[in-house]
Design a protein around this ligand. Structure first.
Ligand code: G
Ligand code: G
Ligand code: MN
Ligand code: NA
Length: 255
């Protein structure tokens, strides 16, 4: 398949890059971290969205080597920011993991090797796992417990859209639920939307889990989420995903 070949070449030619979207405290607006989001800087087409190439990378198995590149790159960026901006002591880097990567033999050892090499602590990395990987990965519990024991924070991405039943929550060592942006979107139109978000936040609080709302675009949504006591947020209202340079500039604003 041509696309597969193109993706493989792109990896060799280092055509992928990461953009970073701020995650902010909804209490004081401060940046608490960034989510790393991959982009393909295509020589002819310009920036290509991961929505286009991640599914192909997953089908072809190329996602594994791509994910390792992403993990390494995001760790390097975090290390650079820690050195440059020491007042951002507790800055977190959120990295998306694919189900395939979690299943990979020797996954935990490889992660550990990268941390050692780059010099970042597992406790400043948040691993985002989509709900659908829960369905696909039978040994997930064992792997997640291992990653948690190493010090990583663990988040369920796109929460509410996938397959994880609520009962799974206390079965796995989860720190964070990322409330899917479809629910945030619904809030302004439908009181039921508010009720769903409220239920997720309350559920999380009772199980010692914090919440990040995705896709916040309006002040009205922000105020609604503040009144529901959601702790963290992400979305175009605060910032779109930024290239490394622009994200650094944002961090440099705080003295
Ligand atoms: O950044 P954007 O909204 O265009 O991303 C589209 C989709 O691609 C999202 O569902 C997002 O989770 C996924 N995605 C973005 N970056 C990564 C990544 O580094 N790894 C994986 N596995 N998925 C990613
Ligand atoms: O699946 P995941 O949650 O990782 O996807 C993150 C994607 O969501 C990013 O690719 C980013 O471009 C997109 N995104 C981030 N903030 C907003 C927002 O406020 N509105 C919309 N529509 N998309 C957003
Ligand atoms: Mn994510
Ligand atoms: Na997300």
């Amino acid at each position: 398949m041509q696309v597969e070949k193109d993706l493989r070449l792109a990896l060799e030619r280092e055509e992928f890059c990461l953009h970073y979207q701020p995650i902010v405290s909804l209490i004081n607006g401060e940046i608490v971290g960034f989510e790393a989001l991959v982009r393909w800087n295509h020589p002819q087409r310009g920036l290509v969205s991961p929505a286009e190439f991640i599914p192909i990378a997953e089908q072809t198995g190329l996602i594994t080597s791509m994910s390792w590149w992403i993990f390494h790159q995001a760790c390097c960026q975090l290390r650079e920011w820690q050195l440059r901006f020491p007042h951002y002591q507790t800055l977190m880097m959120s990295i998306n993991l694919s189900g395939k990567q979690l299943e990979q033999l020797g996954m935990v050892e490889r992660v550990d090797r990268i941390l050692q090499e780059v010099g970042v602590a597992a406790s400043s990395i948040k691993l985002e796992i989509t709900e659908s990987s829960f369905k696909e990965t039978p040994a997930l519990g064992t792997i997640l417990n291992h990653l948690k024991a190493m010090g990583f924070q663990l988040a369920i991405d796109d929460f509410g859209t996938g397959y994880s039943s609520l009962s799974r929550l206390h079965q796995f060592p989860i720190d964070t639920l990322k409330i899917d942006r479809s629910f945030i979107n619904q809030m302004s139109r439908d009181p039921k939307g508010v009720a769903i978000v409220e239920a997720i936040v309350i559920l999380a609080q009772h199980t010692n889990i914090n919440t990040i709302s995705e896709g916040i675009e309006t002040i009205a949504q922000l105020e609604q989420l503040q009144s529901l006591n959601c702790e963290f947020g992400q979305g175009y209202l605060f910032s779109k995903p930024l290239d490394s340079h622009a994200a650094s500039a944002l961090l440099a604003q705080k003295v």
